[in-house]
Structure formats: structure tokens, C-alpha cells
Design a protein around this ligand. Structure first.
Ligand code: AMO
Length: 434
């Protein structure tokens, strides 16, 4: 009885092997069969001489692409085999799963492909997106851990909305109404009031917005940070640019070459610091350089954003830039106002190429001022007393933080056309499956 060594395709050694793999294709000729197996690590040929092993040939003759098999046999060298100059001469094959003909192919539309996302993802180019995302979060996470951060896990339900303006999903919570979190905003600020000083949260975030754009999803992955003892938004921005640098550097080291080869994209590790402009400077640039009419105090619309990002990219040659000190009226109630510039706040957004990937700010940590700011936004502060404003009534350090959209970051980093392809499973206004 031969002792077959179970291994992945790339690790298989010459001699008796056992390979668990997908069938990529079967080529059946009169006297021979050539089968290509594939797993995550690579591809390998199985060669069957029909006359020698008719019972094995019989099994393979019924198999099509995407069946899943366990093949045992002898891995031998053969310089005629294009695929790695090796082949398996099988002694047995067991079919673990038969596959019907795939309902999608390379011509299918993105929405057809998303209907069968698990098949769509079998492509190594698609898998690479998630290998990159894993390295990206590993790099960012390591940066947080090296800086003594605590990771906290929080509920995705809440009694309140935290981001006025962004839509919220209501859920039935026994006899009460609850919301799915639009951001872990309250929970991360609570950690600061708990004395945790530096926290990060990786969590699903929900937005009930009927937007059909390349950058909107109704549920996405938030990577959120909150830091105590910040003196302004600048401390938060400095942390973020370093964290992103660490994440992208790891991606470049681990996957730079593969991304170039398979996706044709250069992973550019950004230089530090990232360029910064204030919102007032942005108004000036839009009016003077881009000939775009915008009033002080207004938020950007899409056209303003496009013009500004194009200008900044030309001017700085950098793929990232911060816009800081937004008018208070366009920012959430938790944002600290600027003392020295009435009407403006200690807030920022970070752009990566033409897409906003982060919002951040120093927060208002004084309970009475916070309650006033909530009222100014037309919300009754009593509705947020117990589960938010009270966090700041019993002592709380000054603090700030940011929310980073991981899917948008992945999309821009890999030059992917739509967020639908940058996230593992997309959720949008018309999609709740798979
Ligand atoms: P904001 O609402 O700007 O800020 O969200 C933070 C980041 O989340 C991503 N994002 C989205 N990604 C995909 N689809 C969407 N519909 C979507 N909406 C937002 C973006 C965005 O920059 N609480 C604050 C953050 C903070 O101040 O800490 C917040 O949620 O990348």
C-alpha cells in the first residue's frame, strides 16, 4: 500500500501524492486524457493512459470544469508537460462534487456575476483583491497594535442615529425600534470615556441610501479609530497617514509584484506627510483655479469634488490629500467647533485619488456644549442623553478619531471600477443575495 502524501499543488513533491482540487479542464483524446487540476496554490496536469487505467479514464470522461476531486497517484517529472514539467500518473480518483455548467462567464454583466458571486470569485485575479485587503488590514492593525491600541468589538444595533443626513435602517427590536449603526461613532467615543485611550474597531456599517454609484454600498466595512488627548484634528490626521502608509507598505511588500502582473496596477506606497488644505483654501482653489462657483460655507457637490481632486493631484503629484476645517453646518453634531474661526470645525476628510475614503475630527467632549450642538442640528438632546451625552458627564479626555471605508480604500488602491467588485459580498439598494 503506497503512502500518499496529501499536499497542495505547489507543495507536492515527486513521488506518491494526494491532491484535493478543482478540475480546470479535461482534454479527452482517443488514447489519452489530460486533466488540469487547480487549487489556491497553482495548477497541475494529470495524465491518463486510457488503456492502462480504463476505470480512471471512465471517471474523468464524465467530469467537467469545476468538479472537485481527490486524485492519488505518482507525481513524476516530464519535460514535455508545459505546466511545471510535471504530471500526476493517477492510481485513483474520487469525485467529491459534480459541477453543473456555470451560469456565468467572462461576458456576463457585473450584476449577473454578483448573482453567482461564489463562482465569480474563483478567478485568481478576484481572489487577489481579498489577499490584498487582508494584507492592508494586517498592516493597519499592526500599526495600531504597535502603538498600544485596544481593539474593541461593538454592537451593530443602536437606539439612535449617529450621522444625521446619512440614511438609517430601522429594525424591529422586540417591541421597540432600533437602528443598524451608521458608524460605531458612539461606541468608540464611549471607549475614550472608559479610559481606553486608543481604540480601533473593525465593523460592518449600514447606510440606508438609494445611491447607485461606484462608491456607495448599503453595508460596508468600517475601520474606525478613536484616540484620547488629541489637541486638534492634526493629531488624528498624523496618525491616519502613518497607519495608511503602514498598510499600503505591507501590501506592496507582499503583493506588489503579483498585483502588477495580474491586475496591471502599481501599488504606490505614499510619501509622508500627505498634502493638506483647509476648506477655505479649497473654496479659493475652486473659484480661482477651477472657475467653479461655490459659496463659503457650502459643502462640495460631486462636480466640486472632481475639480478639486483633479487640481490637487496635478498640483501635488500625491494620490492622497486632506481637506480640513469644514463648516460646522455640514458636519455631524459631535464635531468640535474651531474657537478661532466661527462657523468652522476641527474636522477633516481624506481623499484618495478622486474618492473620499475617510471622515475624521476632534470631538466635542464637553457635555453641555455637545447638548447644544445636538439641539442646533434639530435633534432633541434628551433622546441622546443616556446613551451618548452622559458619556461626557462623568469626566472624559479630549479626543478625536476617524472612520475609514475599507471597501473604498481597496477599490482605489487596486484601481477597481466599482465598489461592488472591491467588497467580498456587495449590499446595495437592490441586492440582498447571495
Ligand atoms: P462618514 O459618514 O464620512 O463618517 O463615513 C466614513 C467613511 O465610510 C465610507 N463610507 C461608505 N463606503 C461605502 N458606501 C457608503 N455608502 C459609504 N458611506 C461612507 C467612506 C467614508 O469616508 N462617524 C464618522 C467617522 C468619524 O468621524 O469617525 C462617519 O461615519 O470611506
Amino acid at each position: 500500500m503506497e503512502n500518499y502524501i496529501k499536499s497542495s499543488i505547489s507543495e507536492a513533491k515527486l513521488g506518491p501524492v494526494e491532491i484535493w482540487a478543482w478540475i480546470e479542464k479535461v482534454r479527452d483524446t482517443k488514447s489519452m486524457q489530460f486533466i488540469v487540476l487547480k487549487d489556491r496554490s497553482g495548477k497541475m496536469q494529470v495524465t491518463v493512459e486510457k488503456e492502462k487505467t480504463p476505470e480512471i479514464a471512465e471517471v474523468f470522461s464524465k467530469l467537467t470544469s469545476d468538479c472537485y476531486v481527490i486524485v492519488r497517484g505518482e507525481l513524476v517529472e516530464n519535460s514535455f508537460v508545459k505546466l511545471g514539467n510535471k504530471e500526476i500518473l493517477p492510481t485513483s480518483v474520487s469525485v467529491e462534487s459534480y459541477a453543473e455548467i456555470s451560469p456565468i462567464d467572462s461576458e456576463s454583466s457585473i450584476d449577473q456575476r454578483l448573482d453567482y458571486r461564489w463562482i465569480d470569485l474563483r478567478d485568481e485575479k478576484k481572489r487577489l483583491i481579498f489577499e490584498v485587503q487582508t494584507a492592508l488590514t494586517q498592516g493597519m492593525r499592526n500599526y495600531c497594535l504597535d502603538n498600544n491600541f485596544i481593539e474593541v468589538h461593538c454592537p451593530t444595533t443602536s437606539a439612535n442615529e449617529s450621522e444625521s443626513g446619512a440614511g438609517v435602517f430601522e429594525v424591529k427590536y422586540f417591541d421597540k425600534k432600533a437602528y443598524l449603526i451608521q458608524s460605531p461613532q458612539f461606541y468608540k467615543q464611549m471607549a475614550i470615556a472608559s479610559g481606553f485611550e486608543k481604540v480601533f474597531i473593525s465593523t460592518p456599517v449600514f447606510r440606508a441610501e438609494k445611491s447607485h454609484t461606484r462608491k456607495h454600498a448599503t453595508e460596508f466595512s468600517g475601520f474606525d479609530i478613536e484616540i484620547a488627548n488629541v489637541e486638534s484634528e492634526e493629531d488624528v490626521m498624523a496618525f491616519e497617514e502613518n497607519m495608511l502608509h503602514a498598510g499600503i507598505k505591507l501590501v506592496s511588500e507582499k503583493y506588489g509584484e503579483k498585483v502588477k502582473e495580474l491586475l496591471g496596477v502599481d501599488i504606490v506606497v505614499p510619501t509622508l506627510p500627505f498634502p493638506r488644505i483647509t476648506m477655505k483654501e479649497a473654496y479659493q482653489i475652486l473659484r480661482d483655479e477651477c472657475k467653479y462657483e461655490i459659496k463659503d460655507g457650502d459643502d462640495f457637490d460631486t462636480q466640486a469634488e472632481n475639480l478639486l481632486t483633479e487640481y490637487m493631484s496635478k498640483k501635488t503629484g500625491h494620490e492622497f490629500f486632506f481637506v480640513k476645517n469644514y463648516p460646522s453646518k455640514v458636519r455631524a453634531f459631535y464635531t468640535m467647533k474651531k474657537d478661532d474661526e466661527p462657523g468652522y470645525s476641527k474636522s477633516y476628510d481624506l481623499y484618495f485619488k478622486d474618492i473620499e475614503i475617510t471622515s475624521g475630527a476632534q470631538r466635542e467632549h464637553r457635555a453641555d456644549i455637545l447638548a447644544n450642538q445636538i439641539a442646533e442640528k434639530g435633534i432633541d438632546p434628551k433622546t441622546m442623553q443616556k446613551n451618548y451625552i452622559d458619556f461626557f458627564k462623568y469626566g472624559c479626555p479630549p479626543h478625536g478619531g476617524f472612520g475609514l471605508g475599507l471597501d473604498r480604500l481597496t477599490m482605489i488602491l487596486l484601481n477597481i471600477e466599482s465598489i461592488k467588485e472591491a467588497m467580498y459580498i456587495f449590499r446595495g439598494p437592490d441586492r440582498l443575495t447571495p
